[in-house]
Design a protein around this ligand. Structure first.
Ligand code: SF4
Length: 705
C-alpha cells in the first residue's frame, strides 16, 4: 500500500530575531524534518545551523509533562487553583504590587497579550517584565526619545541596498546568521558595498568587514558623538530635513563636543582608523547602522542608541532605501512583546502607561476593573524586590533567570526565600524550576500556535505540528485559567490563539487616528481560517488597508514622527567614561555573549550532537599579553571573579581579544557539569533610562585556577 502523505506546516524559527520561515514536515512514520521556507521574506529558504537542526531538538526526555505542587504531581485544577488563590490572597493582604510576572521573548505575542492584560488591567500592577529587558530595552528607550515611538524605521532590504553598513556591537555572523548571509551575498554581488565592524573583539563578522574598529568597552558614545560633530563640520548635514523635521540639534552638538586629542583614549582607537570611518560615513549617502547587544546591554545603552540615531537624523538618512539606524533584536519575539506591553513601563499597542488618556482607552477596551497607573519594576529591580520581600509571589514563564540575570546567585537566593514561586516551562530540570513551589508544563515550539514579530516588524505565524505531550498546555491558556479562577472569566474566555490575536489587533486600532506607529487594526477581522492562513506581514496594517495592500517597508520617509509636534528629537549624549569600580585587582572587563550554535541555556540546542560539536565547553577569550601577565596557560583553567560571584572556564588565548578584556559565553548553566554560570559574575548595574543591565562590562579579576 502507498504510504500516507507527509504533511508540511509553515512556521517560524524560535531562536533569533531574524525570524526565519521554516517548513516543518512530518513524514508518514512520524519523523519530522525542517527546511527553510523559500517564500518567507526574512530568509527566502535559508536557515542557519541552529534553525537547520530544529528537528533534532524535539525529544521529550527532559520535558516537564505534568503540573507539580511541591515536587509532587498534581492535577491542573489543583495547580491552577493554588496559583490563583495564592496570588489573590497576596494581593488582598499586601496590594497588587506585591505580586509579579517575569516572562520571556520566547513567548508568542498571544501569550504576552494575555499576561499583560491580567497583570496591568485586572490585578492592577505594572509588575510584568520580560527577559527582553536584557535584550533590547535600550533600543526601545532610544527610539522613544528620538521618534516619540518604539519604531524600527527600516527593513532587511536596507542592508542589501546600502553602500555602507556599520555594525556596532553585533556579531551578526553568529547571532543573526541568516541576516549575515544576506549581507554577505549583497557584498559578493557588489564588492563596493563597504562594511565597518565596531566591536572590541575580532569575530566571525570581522571576516566580512572592510574596516574593523576594536573599540574599547564604553567607547561608543564618544565615537558617535565625535562623528556627529564631524558630519556637521564637513557639511554632511541635511539642513532642510533638520529644519523641517527635527528639534534639539544645537544642544546635542554642544554636548557631543570631544577634542580629537581625547578621542583615542575615549574609544581605544587610533585617530587614523577613526578618520577613515568618519570619511566613509560622511561620503556615503546610503548608510545603515546595525546595532545589537553590544550597544543595548550597557549602562549607557540608551545614550549609545541615541548617539547613533543622532548621526542619521543629522544627515536625513532615515526611512529611505538603504538608509537608517537598525536595531536587531536577540530573541524571536522581542518585538511582539513590545507591541503588547510586555515591558513594565509599557501599556499595550505601543501606548504609554504614563499617559492618562491611553490608560482610560485600554481600560475601557478591556472593560477592566482597574489599570496600572505607573510603570512596574524592571527585571533587575523586580528580583531585588523579591529579595527584600516587597514581592511575595512571582510567576516566571518561559525563562531561566537564575542563569540569565546578572548577579545570578543573588537571584537564586531571592527566589529560594520567596514565599510563592510559580514556574511555567517546557523543561523539568533548570536552575529556576528547582526553586518553584508550583510547576506548570508549557507547550514547546512545534506544539504551540500564535504569532511572533521579527526585527523588521514582520508578523509571522508559529504553527503547531506536533500534539501536546503529556498535560502540557500553552502559556496563554495557563494565564487565562488562572484569571478565570481569580474571578475574571468574562475577559479571558478565548477559545484559541486566534481570538487573542483579533483582540490585540482591535486594541491597536482603538482610537488610533494615525497617532501611534503600531496599528494592525486591518487584521482584527480575521476569522480562524484567516488567522491560520496569515502570511508574513509587516506592520502597520491599519483598518483602512485593502486586501492586497502591502505595508510601507519604512517609517519616517515623509519626515513625520510620533512626537507631539511630529518632529524627531536629537538627544544630547555626553561621553561618560566607563566607571566599573575597578581596583582591588578587578582590573579586567568581562564581556558576555552568544556562540554560533547554542541558544540561551541550551535546553534545545544542547540536545543535538552536531550543534554541541561546534564548541563543546565554555571558554574565556583572553589576549596573549594578559595571559602572559597573569600566568595563564593556553587551554588552562581560569577563575573569573567579580564582587558578585565567580566562574571557572578554560582559557582561550587569542589576539582576537582586546588587551584588558575577557569574553565568556552566556549559555552554560548550573545544570551542566561546569562552574561556568557566568551571569553569577556579572554586576547588576543597569542603564538609568532603559533599566537594561550592562551585561557587556563588569570589572573582574582573572587568575589561573
Ligand atoms: Fe533561526 Fe535566526 Fe538562524 Fe534564522 S538566523 S534560522 S531565525 S536562528
Amino acid at each position: 500500500d502507498p504510504l500516507p502523505a507527509s504533511t508540511t506546516v509553515r512556521t517560524t524559527c524560535p531562536y533569533c530575531g531574524v525570524g526565519c520561515g521554516v517548513l516543518a514536515t512530518t513524514s508518514a512514520d512520524g519523523v519530522v524534518s525542517v527546511a527553510g521556507d523559500p517564500e518567507h521574506p526574512a530568509n527566502f529558504g535559508r536557515l542557519c545551523s541552529k534553525g537547520a537542526a530544529l528537528a533534532e531538538t524535539l525529544s521529550l526526555d527532559d520535558r516537564l509533562l505534568h503540573p507539580e505542587i511541591g515536587g509532587a504531581r498534581a492535577s491542573w485544577d489543583d495547580a491552577l487553583g493554588l496559583v490563583a488563590g495564592r496570588f489573590a490572597e497576596t494581593i488582598a493582604a499586601h496590594g497588587p504590587d506585591s505580586v509579579a510576572f517575569y516572562v520571556s521573548g520566547q513567548f508568542l505575542t498571544e501569550d504576552y497579550y494575555a499576561a499583560n492584560k491580567l497583570m496591568k488591567g485586572f490585578i492592577g500592577s505594572g509588575n510584568i517584565d520580560t527577559n527582553s529587558r536584557l535584550c533590547m530595552a535600550s533600543s526601545v528607550a532610544g527610539h522613544k526619545r528620538a521618534f516619540g515611538s518604539d519604531t524600527v524605521p527600516g527593513c532587511y532590504e536596507d542592508l542589501e541596498e546600502a553602500d555602507l553598513v556599520v555594525l556596532v556591537g553585533s556579531n551578526l555572523a553568529w547571532c543573526h546568521p541568516v541576516l549575515f548571509q544576506r549581507l554577505s551575498a549583497a557584498k559578493a554581488a557588489r564588492p563596493e558595498l563597504r562594511i565597518v565592524n565596531i566591536d572590541p573583539r575580532r569575530t566571525a563578522t570581522s571576516e566580512l568587514a572592510d574596516l574593523q574598529l576594536a573599540i574599547a568597552p564604553g567607547g561608543d558614545v564618544a565615537l558617535f558623538s565625535a562623528l556627529l560633530c564631524h558630519l556637521a563640520d564637513v557639511g554632511a548635514a541635511d539642513i532642510r530635513f533638520i529644519a523641517r523635521h527635527t528639534n534639539g540639534l544645537a544642544e546635542t552638538i554642544d554636548a557631543a563636543a570631544i577634542s580629537p586629542d581625547e578621542l583615542p583614549a575615549a574609544t581605544g582607537l587610533a585617530l587614523a582608523e577613526i578618520e577613515t570611518f568618519f570619511d566613509w560615513f560622511a561620503g556615503t549617502a546610503k548608510v545603515v547602522t546595525v546595532y545589537s547587544q553590544g550597544v543595548n546591554q550597557s549602562v549607557t545603552g540608551t545614550d549609545k542608541v541615541n548617539a547613533i540615531i543622532n548621526c542619521h537624523l543629522l544627515t536625513g538618512r532615515i526611512g529611505r532605501p538603504g538608509m537608517g539606524p537598525f536595531s536587531v533584536t536577540g530573541q524571536p519575539n522581542a518585538m511582539g512583546g513590545r507591541e503588547v506591553g510586555g515591558l513594565a513601563n509599557q501599556l499595550a499597542a505601543h501606548m504609554d502607561i504614563g499617559d492618562a488618556a491611553a490608560r482610560e482607552r485600554v481600560q475601557r477596551f478591556w472593560q477592566a476593573p482597574t489599570i496600572a497607573d505607573r510603570p512596574g519594576l524592571k527585571a533587575v529591580e523586580m528580583f531585588e524586590a523579591v529579595a527584600d520581600g516587597r514581592i511575595k509571589a512571582i510567576w516566571i514563564m518561559a525563562t531561566n533567570p537564575v542563569v540569565s540575570l546578572p548577579d545570578a546567585d543573588a537571584v537564586r537566593a531571592a527566589l529560594a526565600a520567596c514565599p510563592f514561586v510559580v514556574v511555567s516551562d517546557v523543561v523539568r530540570e533548570t536552575d529556576t524550576t528547582a526553586l518553584a513551589h508550583v510547576l506548570l508544563p508549557a507547550a514547546a515550539w512545534g506544539e504551540k500556535d500564535g504569532t511572533v514579530t521579527n526585527s523588521e516588524r514582520r508578523i509571522s505565524r508559529q504553527r503547531g505540528f506536533l500534539p501536546l505531550p503529556g498535560e502540557a498546555r500553552p502559556d496563554w491558556w495557563q494565564i487565562a485559567e488562572v484569571a478565570r479562577r481569580m474571578g475574571f472569566a468574562d475577559a479571558f474566555g478565548w477559545d484559541g490563539a486566534g481570538a487573542i490575536f483579533r483582540e490585540h489587533a482591535a486594541l491597536s486600532a482603538a482610537d488610533n487616528q494615525g497617532s501611534r506607529d503600531f496599528d494592525i487594526g486591518g487584521l482584527a477581522g480575521l476569522d480562524d481560517a484567516g488567522y491560520d492562513d496569515l502570511a508574513p506581514v509587516q506592520w502597520p496594517v491599519p483598518v483602512t488597508s485593502q486586501p492586497g495592500d502591502t505595508a510601507p517597508k519604512r517609517f519616517f520617509a515623509d519626515g513625520r514622527f510620533f512626537t507631539p509636534d511630529g518632529k524627531a528629537r536629537f538627544v544630547p549624549t555626553p561621553h561618560r567614561p566607563l566607571d566599573l569600580g575597578a581596583g582591588n585587582g578587578f582590573d579586567m572587563v568581562l564581556n558576555t555573549g552568544r556562540i554560533r550554535d547554542q541558544w540561551h541555556t541550551m535546553t534545545r540546542t544542547g540536545k543535538t550532537a552536531r550543534l554541541t560539536a561546534h564548541i563543546a565547553e565554555p571558554f574565556a577569550e583572553i589576549h596573549p599579553a594578559d595571559a602572559a601577565r597573569l600566568g595563564i596557560d593556553a587551554a588552562g583553567l581560569v577563575r573569573i571573579a567579580s564582587r558578585h560571584g565567580s566562574a571557572v572556564v578554560r582559557a582561550l588565548v587569542t589576539d582576537r581579544q582586546r588587551p584588558g578584556a575577557v569574553f565568556v559565553p552566556m549559555h552554560w548553566t548550573g545544570q551542566t557539569a561546569s562552574a561556568a554560570r557566568i551571569d553569577a559574575v556579572v554586576a547588576p548595574a543597569t542603564d538609568p533610562v532603559s533599566g537594561q543591565p550592562g551585561l557587556k562590562a563588569t570589572a573582574v579579576r582573572v587568575a589561573p585556577f
